[in-house]
Design a protein around this ligand. Structure first.
Ligand code: HEC
Ligand code: HEC
Ligand code: HEC
Length: 165
């Protein structure tokens, strides 16, 4: 008797699970295209905006290697919707020439930073400089114990970002 009951329970479980497996598709049944953001994950080639005669080679930017940071480290006005403005959106870093007397007044003032070149240099180079400095500090500490390790040096020099053509 006991075995028969067990058998029925087993069969019931089998069908229950089977039924569930067949009915379950992906967990998300539907994605609204308008709520979808597509993220470039390869190498982005950053060049000057239209109308600017480029003095230096374009800059290779491995986008996805930066995704250990929160997106708004760089996309600082993004509100996590499906639309993500480009850096040169009107009113953002949309100046293609430096504002007057930028050098004297400061490159990184609210007016100066609208010049796309200053914006990129400040963001990219400052972060790499900070990280290189932190890495050098770390090696100083490990040097005492005799373990030199390898220092990762992120690009901060002109030709490291703009290779000679
Ligand atoms: C270290 C800075 C940095 C980080 C962090 C970063 N991005 Fe970007 N991303 C950029 C730059 C620079 C561009 C090129 C922007 C341009 O051309 O105006 C870009 C481009 C994009 C684009 C294409 C925009 C377009 O022109 O259509 C999308 C989408 C995007 N990023 C999404 C993300 C998401 C999502 C994250 C977080 C998971 C992220 N990014 C993290 C710097 C970054
Ligand atoms: C908030 C900090 C931060 C910002 C902003 C940032 N980077 Fe980086 N970058 C990093 C880190 C950290 C790495 C190393 C990632 C790894 O090891 O994979 C890196 C790696 C790189 C590399 C690869 C270096 C190598 O040795 O292979 C390039 C090229 C690069 N970044 C270019 C850029 C450019 C161009 C920008 C601006 C559009 C930028 N980065 C902005 C932190 C940053
Ligand atoms: C961390 C990467 C990085 C470093 C280091 C860097 N740049 Fe740039 N630079 C960029 C990015 C990104 C842009 C915007 C995209 C573009 O125009 O190529 C840019 C833009 C420029 C532009 C305007 C576009 C052009 O080609 O005319 C000039 C000029 C320039 N950089 C010169 C320099 C010089 C000179 C140095 C060294 C003192 C330097 N950059 C260092 C990333 C870098």
């Amino acid at each position: 008797m006991v075995n028969k009951k067990l058998f029925i329970v087993c069969i019931a479980t089998f069908f229950l699970l089977g039924g569930t497996l067949m009915a379950s598709g992906p967990w998300i049944d539907e994605i609204d295209e308008e709520d979808t953001l597509s993220i470039p994950v390869g190498m982005l080639s950053l060049g000057a905006p239209d109308g600017v005669e480029q003095e230096r080679a374009s800059v290779d930017f491995p986008h996805s290697r930066h995704m250990t940071y929160s997106c708004d480290t760089c996309h600082h006005t993004w509100e996590y919707h499906a639309i993500l403005d480009t850096c040169s959106t009107s009113g953002c870093h949309d100046l293609t020439t430096p504002p007057e007397n930028a050098i004297q007044k400061g490159k990184y003032t609210s007016e100066g930073i609208r010049y796309y070149k200053y914006a990129y240099h400040k963001m990219c180079r400052d972060c790499h400089r900070d990280i290189n400095a932190q890495n050098r500090e770390k090696t100083k500490v490990t040097n005492i114990s005799g373990d030199v390790g390898t220092i990762q040096n992120l690009p901060v020099g002109c030709v490291e970002c703009h290779p000679k053509e």
